[in-house]
Unconditional design. Structure first.
Length: 440
């Protein structure tokens, strides 16, 4: 693929094309790209391919690529590199870019300060619209985004932000102060990326100003930078909810040993927990021996409880992630889940009773003279176990959050296992109540 064909493609597509090339051809093709485009394409390459390219480039080429990268992308690139390598690469940058890079790297790894960019449009409230537009034309080419301009006072503290559209529609001689409402949303350099993500989602902004603890405007962070954090957060929650530790790398790049290591811990815990199910069944061994028919419905009973618990846990964890519910809402959730559990349990209980009745009357299975009591046992057990599973699945995330733990840890397998064990106790206790003196 020649230079013109590559240069006319979108940076994402060029990165995809380079990844499919042999190493030597990839390096040559990358070097044929214009300098600014090189930096854009480099950002979209996989991390291991970025490392391979750096090894095949000279210092001058490396410096050009890094110089043309946006500060936030460059900082993200540095995150997984050894300190010694970072030191050598940073020294290749110009003095201005070196200071920017060192400043951003100095922030905590999961902080907003680490991914912000210092390139934005900063203005004063006493400027006219005409003067501001001239300022934008002069310095706007390097800004990360021009959706908003940021107004600061004499101490460089942020006092407002103004949409560029509002500026364009104003009279040339109007002062910016007349366009200001002194209402703005900002994030702190020390806030975590996850906290900043919540702010982005709440206010639906494409970019947010970043301020220091004293209110000084130090940068902006854009939504495209937060998308990576959103993806990482959601992936981690899904993996935890599936019953394994979160992976640090993509699935296809995670080694077999690391994959087993991440999955084995939870499997062992769940296995040991399920052993309690066998213990519970052993405790009721006498009842099972006297009424073998009870054993036929054990899979039906415990799976219904586990499924209802997993459903409830999924709903509550997602609602927590979206800040729809907080710790103080536990009583509201409990009341709602009690109602849901009773209705769902009644539906499944009725279906369980009808199933016993149809099988008995149709001659598909003979439950004996006391089939009606067996049917009622199944129906009431399903009602109780589904209600219990719903309550357990909805309350466990609240308990974990209260203990300062990640609610996503209350994984579906964990909730299902917990309900399995307790569900057996509920089932046989109800059976003893309904079948005492008949089958037991």
């Amino acid at each position: 693929m020649n230079r013109e064909a590559l240069a006319n493609k979108d940076p994402h597509d060029i990165a995809d094309a380079l990844e499919g090339m042999p190493p030597r051809e990839r390096t040559v093709a990358f070097m044929l790209l214009p300098g600014v485009l090189q930096a854009e394409v480099f950002t979209f390459l996989e991390r291991d391919l970025q490392s391979d390219l750096l090894k095949s480039l000279g210092n001058r080429e490396i410096a050009e690529v890094l110089e043309n990268m946006s500060p936030d992308d460059r900082t993200e690139f540095f995150e997984d590199f050894p300190d010694q390598l970072i030191k050598g690469v940073i020294n290749l940058l110009s003095e201005e870019e070196r200071q920017v890079a060192l400043t951003l790297i100095g922030y905590r790894e999961d902080s907003v300060g680490r991914i912000m960019t210092p390139y934005y449009i900063q203005v004063r409230k006493d400027w006219t619209v005409s003067h501001t537009l001239k300022h934008i034309k002069r310095y706007g080419s390097k800004a990360e985004t021009l959706n908003f301009i940021y107004v600061v006072d004499a101490d460089q503290k942020l006092i407002d932000d103004i949409k560029i559209g509002k500026l364009l529609l104003a009279d040339d001689d109007a002062r910016l102060e007349s366009l200001m409402d002194f209402k703005f949303v900002a994030v702190s350099t020390l806030q975590t990326r996850e906290e900043a993500t919540t702010v982005f989602e709440k206010y639906d902004r494409a970019a947010l100003p970043v301020i220091s603890s004293s209110g000084v405007l130090v940068g902006i962070v854009t939504f495209d930078d937060m998308l990576d954090e959103i993806e990482r957060r959601d992936t981690e929650d899904i993996q935890k909810f599936g019953g394994l530790e979160a992976l640090e790398m993509p699935y296809v790049k995670t080694s077999l040993f690391k994959m087993v290591q991440k999955r084995a811990g939870w499997l062992v815990v769940l296995f040991l927990s399920e052993m309690l199910t066998a213990s519970a069944m052993g405790y009721f061994e006498g009842e099972i021996a006297e009424a073998v028919v009870l054993a036929l419905f054990i899979p039906l009973i415990i799976s219904s409880g586990g499924n209802s618990g997993s459903q409830a846990a999924t709903l509550i964890i997602r609602a927590m992630a979206l800040n729809e519910i907080r710790l103080r809402d536990w009583w509201f959730v409990m009341r709602k889940e009690i109602s849901s559990g009773l209705l769902l349990g009644s539906v499944l209980g009725a279906m369980g009773f009808i199933r016993v009745a149809i099988w008995q009357k149709a001659g598909l299975h003979d439950y004996g003279f006391h089939w009606l009591s067996v049917g009622l046992t199944i129906a009431v057990s399903l009602l109780g176990i589904v209600l219990w599973g719903t309550l357990t699945g909805s309350m466990v995330p609240f308990v974990l959050k209260k203990l300062k733990l990640d609610p996503a840890t209350s994984s579906a397998p964990f909730v299902a296992t917990l309900v399995d064990v307790t569900g057996l106790i509920i089932y046989f206790s109800i059976a003893a109540l309904f079948l005492r003196g008949e089958l037991l």
